[in-house]
Ligand binder design. Structure first.
Ligand SMILES: NC(=O)c1ccc[n+]([C@@H]2O[C@H](COP(=O)([O-])OP(=O)(O)OC[C@H]3O[C@@H](n4cnc5c(N)ncnc54)[C@H](O)[C@@H]3O)[C@@H](O)[C@H]2O)c1
Length: 338
């Protein structure tokens, strides 16, 4: 490990975005400690290329005593908190694990960061806390109006962080990234689901008519933006990370099918997700002032992502047995809710 002064503890560092943040941190020569429960979504294979260059603890942030033992031993200067239950569909089926990890787990981290005098706590929230935006872009000052159980728990977590800032002068910063895509995303989220299903010549499920609009942010740009905020962000502030690249889900599906050389006839419209937010869109002028802007265009990023999945088919296949059972239930249950 490098001798750089500052030690960063990253929760959820074996997840999709957390692992990209950790890979970048290690490449910058930073000292990194990763805490992750390794749920179905966590996987240390994502950190294989930096094996031996970070410390790892398989720890559940809901188990306060075990979490405390790690923080007491490592005494990190900064904590970047990614760990969460993250899939909206799963939160619609069962919100309890979301309340436990996203809310209780976050409060545990706040308490222990205060106890061990962590100098900066960077909380990774989401643009979904704003709810949907039919026009315009949400600034960081906009009201929080989450509409599904996942975003409701992410909002609760943010509010606890904000309350700690006001009540105890807790040195926290909140970050709200837009929809991420890129290598290593667990194949239950839109883009890898499309790739995986299409590659197997299976029907590609699209909610409603696919008219929902998402703002896409490449995971490498997102992690780069988080590093910028960790370095230069102001305590007590919230920062959006976006790209202004918005498109309808159906357009994204068609782009991927084209890149894979698969027919549009694979598209299957399925009953819409209940409470499905129509559009997310954030203003990122605030983080721009810190010197960050996205570098990867969607055209280049989606090509690289599709190629990455083609090169990592074995990794995707390993997830399939969990996914097949899950898919069977999730669409059925969502149909019943409508
Ligand atoms: N993916 C996106 O598009 C997106 C967009 C905006 C914000 N976010 C936020 O970014 C963060 C990371 O998202 P992601 O897509 O990388 O998620 P992910 O599901 O890929 O990873 C989550 C990680 O957290 C770990 N984890 C879950 N519960 C835990 C617990 N109780 N204790 C310790 N570790 C636990 C998992 O094992 C996994 O490694 C989340 O907070 C999410 O809300 C994600």
């Amino acid at each position: 490990m490098s001798k750089s002064k500052s030690k960063i503890l990253v929760t959820g560092g074996a997840g999709f975005i957390g692992s990209e943040f950790v890979r970048q941190a290690v490449k910058k020569g930073q000292k990194v400690v990763v805490i992750d429960k390794l749920t179905y979504a966590g996987d240390l294979e994502r950190l294989k290329e930096i094996q031996g260059k970070y410390r790892f603890y398989k720890t559940d942030i809901c188990q306060k005593a075990k979490l405390e033992a790690v923080i007491k031993k490592e005494r990190p200067h900064k904590i970047v908190h990614f760990a969460a239950e993250t899939h909206v569909d799963r939160s619609i089926q069962d919100a309890l694990p979301f309340i436990q990890t996203n809310v209780t787990g976050t409060q545990n981290l706040i308490d222990l960061s205060r106890k061990y005098k962590v100098k900066k706590f960077v909380h990774i929230s989401t643009d979904e806390v704003y709810g949907e935006s039919l026009s315009g872009k949400f600034k960081e000052t906009a009201a929080l109006k989450p509409k599904n159980p996942y975003s409701a728990t992410k909002t609760a977590a943010e509010l606890l962080v904000r309350a700690a800032v006001k009540t105890y002068h807790f040195p926290a910063i909140i970050i709200r990234p837009a929809n991420n895509y890129g290598p290593w995303q667990y194949p239950e989220k839109l883009i890898p689901v499309i790739i995986l299903k299409a590659l197997k010549n299976k029907k590609v499920p699209v909610y409603g008519k696919g008219r929902q609009i998402r703002e896409w942010l490449h995971v490498a740009d997102c992690a780069g933006g988080i590093h910028t905020i960790v370095r230069k962000g102001k305590i007590g502030e919230a920062y959006n990370i976006g790209t202004y690249f918005e498109r309808e889900n159906i357009a994204t599906v068609k782009t991927i099918l084209k890149l894979l050389g698969k027919p549009k006839s694979l598209i299957q419209f399925v009953t819409d997700r209940p409470g499905h937010d129509f559009r997310y869109s954030v203003s990122y002028t605030k983080i721009k002032k810190l010197g960050w802007k996205p570098k990867i265009t969607f055209a280049a990023g989606i090509k690289q992502t599709v190629q990455w999945y083609l090169d990592h088919l074995a990794w995707m296949e390993k997830k399939l047995h969990i996914l097949e059972a899950y898919w069977k239930n999730v669409y059925k249950e969502i149909r019943q809710l409508n």
